[in-house]
Design a protein around this ligand. Sequence first.
Ligand SMILES: *Cc1c(COP(=O)(O)O)cnc(C)c1O
Length: 403
Amino acid sequence: MTIPDRWEPLRAALAEKSAQNLSREIIAVDSPPAPRVRVRGRETVMLASNNYLDLANDERVKAAAIAATQKYGAGSGGARLTTGALALHSELEAALAQFKHAEAALLFNTGYQANAGVISALCPRDWTIFSDELNHASIIDGCRLSRAKIVVYRHNDMSDLRAKVRAERGRGGLLVSDGVFSMDGDLVPLPEWLAIAREFDLFSLIDEAHATGVIGTSGRGVSEYFAALPENRGRDLRPDIIVGTCSKALGSIGGFAAGRQLLIDFLRNQARSFIFSTMLPPGAVAAANEALRIIIAEPERLAKLRRNLQIFYDHLSANFGADAPPTPSIATLNAGGVSAIVPLLVGDEAAALTLAQELFTAGYFVSAIRYPTVARGQARLRFALSAGHHAADLTPPFRTIKN
Ligand SMILES: *Cc1c(COP(=O)(O)O)cnc(C)c1O
C-alpha cells in the first residue's frame, strides 16, 4: 500500500503555476530604493516602485530614522496599548489627521493591517459590504474577516453599485473602494460614489494607499482632487473613513485610518490588528513624519512627478498609438487627478514576462503583473513613476510588442 505524500499537492500547485507562467520569484535589489537601482549586478532604472516622491532614500528622512533609532531603540517592544507607545506615534497620527483634514488618525503596522482591522472591527455579521471588484487584496481580506455579507460591484460602475445597494436596502452597511486602483491607476468617481453612500446611509471607506502624497493639488488625496473641481465647489467630499499607508509616497512603512474622533476611539478598542500586534519601530515612524513634512514643504516634488508622467505618457503614445493608455490633459495632471501608476495592457502572461525581461536587459526594471493580481489574460506591464526620475529615464525602448 502506498502512503500518499502529503507534500504532493504543494508540488503540483507550484508545477501548475510554472506551466502557466505564473510562478512568483523574489528579485533582490542591491542598493537603496532610488530611481536607479542595482539588480543582479546591473544598474537599472526603477520603473516599478511605489516610492513616488523619491523620499525612501532622502537624506533627511534617513537622518530622522537614525536619530529616532538612536534615541528610542530599534523596536517599540510592545503593542501600542501595552508598552509600545511613544509620543512619536501620536505625533505622526496628528500630522496624518491634519494632512487628511480629519479629526484624528490611528496607526497600524501596515496598510494591509489597517484594512483588515478597520473593516472587520466596523462591520458586524448582519451588515452588507459593497466592494469594487478591483479593490486591493487587503480590503477583500478585511471584508472576509468581518463575516458580513460581501456584495462585489463592477469596477467603478455606479449604476451597478446603486442597483446592488437598493437590493440590500434595510441592512446596515459599508461602501469600500480604492481611491486609486493599484493595478490600473484610475480613480474612484468619488462624488457619485459618496452620494450613494449618503443616500442609503452607508459607511464609506476609501483606501488612499496610492493617493496619499500624489492625488489632489497638494497630494492630500482623492477628496482634495474632486472637491476642487468647479462642479463640486462647496461640497464636503470626505468619506467617513480614510485608510492609507506610509509605505508608498511616504517612503517608510505603516498603515493608518483617519476620520472622526469617535471612529478612532472605536478602532483603538476594537481593531484586532491594532490591538494584537507590536507597534511600529521608532525609526519607521520618525521617517514617515519627516517625509510628510517634506511633502508639505516642497510641493515641487509633486510637480516634478507630474512632469515625468507627462513625458512618459507621451512616450507610450508615440510607441503604441491607439493602444497606449490615454494621455491625460495637462489640466487634469496639474489638478492632481492622475496617479503615478501607468498600466500597459499586454494580455498574454508569457508575452508580458518576455517584455519585462527585454526591458530589464535594456536597463529598465518593470513589473509584469499577472493572475491572480489581475484577471487571466489581462497581464500587463505596470509602470510606476517617481519624482526622482530624469527625463532620460522615461523613454525605455519597446521592441517586440510594437503591434
Ligand atoms: C499597498 C496597498 C495596501 C497595503 O499597504 P501596505 O502598507 O503595503 O501593507 C493597501 N491598499 C492598497 C490599495 C495598496 O495599494
